[in-house]
Design a protein around this ligand. Structure first.
Ligand SMILES: Cc1cc2nc3c(=O)[nH]c(=O)nc-3n(C[C@H](O)[C@H](O)[C@H](O)COP(=O)(O)OP(=O)(O)OC[C@H]3O[C@@H](n4cnc5c(N)ncnc54)[C@H](O)[C@@H]3O)c2cc1C
Length: 311
């Protein structure tokens, strides 16, 4: 079946929106239209629409909170699944080695999971203070700080194979995490389980507050962006410092600008396009390469028509 016929079939059978501007679903506020967009309310709805997409060969793109995404101005062909309503509450249970497992569906906000642990006096997630997006996206991106990632807290994941649509549980020892990445292509994370420890509630709250304050004073949290744009090349060099020393703070391409507060943030100062952001990205890469011989790789995920940023 061709793409157009597949799209028409899904449109007739499901509650989906057509030609949805992806700038409404990304923190960057950038991106052209998705052919179809669905926000399933539960796993049954999710499975039904994914089965239809599989039967009609309509390509599927997964979006969580859209806080690490740069979507092309041409948009996304096929079906976009937004996971944010796959959130049936956060719960905890006793885990191994005196841990407490905090379990949440993938669409739960990371901030809600952090709030839950703070309210329960559980320690281990304080480094996630202020990171936007869903818990599923955080696991997929191995979100964290320069010194730690969420991978260290994972106990197991419930995942859905997007080829076979089989659901399975996979334990931490069978997951491969690298810098800002879980090696798990063509799967959708359905549920997460994090192993945390009981802590002193006051200390936990203070750590969350301190980390949040640091983030708010050192990063441009008030402007649309996708967080740090480039990966740090290694422990010795931070991408932000290299960009700053290359004299690029405040550099612009249209409405895309290198933040004055943190040089590894490209911010959208108005109506930036993906093309402008990619032009600025190239300019940064060239300047840093010419000066230091280091080619910066993107941390932000590019999706939609127009290729991948990490190539
Ligand atoms: C202001 C700001 C500050 C930030 N600070 C930090 C920080 O301190 N540390 C940090 O690590 N990041 C940071 N980020 C980046 C971003 O918040 C994280 O990467 C976040 O964890 C992404 O989650 P998300 O739900 O928004 O994922 P999305 O941006 O929606 O998706 C990211 C990737 O994960 C995939 N994905 C999402 N959900 C699922 C799922 N359920 N199953 C399978 N694949 C999925 C998507 O297909 C995509 O490839 C920041 C971003 C902003 C805008």
């Amino acid at each position: 079946m061709n793409l157009h016929s597949g799209i028409q079939k899904i449109k007739k059978a499901f509650q989906v929106s057509a030609d949805v501007p992806m700038k409404q679903y990304t923190r960057f506020k950038v991106g052209g239209p998705a052919d179809l967009l669905a926000v399933p309310e539960n796993r049954q709805e999710l499975l039904a629409i994914l089965t239809a997409a599989k039967d009609t060969s309509v390509p599927v793109t997964i979006v969580g909170g859209g806080s690490n995404l740069l979507v092309s101005d041409q948009g996304i062909r096929g079906l976009v699944i937004v996971t944010t309503h796959l959130a049936s509450g956060i719960r905890s249970e006793k885990g191994p080695d005196e841990t407490i497992l905090v379990c949440a569906d993938a669409g739960e906000r990371l901030s809600a999971v952090c709030r839950y642990t703070k309210n329960c006096g559980l320690t281990g997630l304080e480094f996630c203070a202020g990171i936007p997006g869903t818990i599923g996206g955080a696991v997929m991106m191995n979100a964290g700080t320069a010194s730690q990632g969420i991978c260290n807290k994972i106990q197991y994941l419930d995942i859905l194979d997007l080829d076979t649509l089989a659901v399975k549980t996979i334990k931490k020892q069978n997951l491969i995490f690298t810098y800002r990445r879980l090696e798990l292509d063509n799967h959708l994370i359905l549920g997460t389980s994090l192993a945390l420890k009981a802590g002193d509630p006051k200390t936990v709250q203070q750590r969350f507050a301190a980390n949040m304050k640091r983030k708010q004073t050192t990063q441009p949290m008030h402007l649309p962006s996708a967080g740090c744009f480039f990966k740090n090349p290694d422990q010795k060099y931070s991408a932000g410092k290299l960009i700053q020393d290359a004299g690029l703070k405040g550099a612009c391409c249209g409405d895309a600008r290198v933040s004055e507060i943190h040089a590894n943030y490209i911010v959208n100062c108005g109506n930036a396009t993906c093309e402008e952001i990619l032009a600025l990205k190239k300019r940064i890469q060239k300047a840093v390469f010419d000066r230091y011989g280091i080619m910066l790789e993107t941390e932000v995920k590019m999706t939609g028509n127009g290729g991948k940023t990490d190539e």
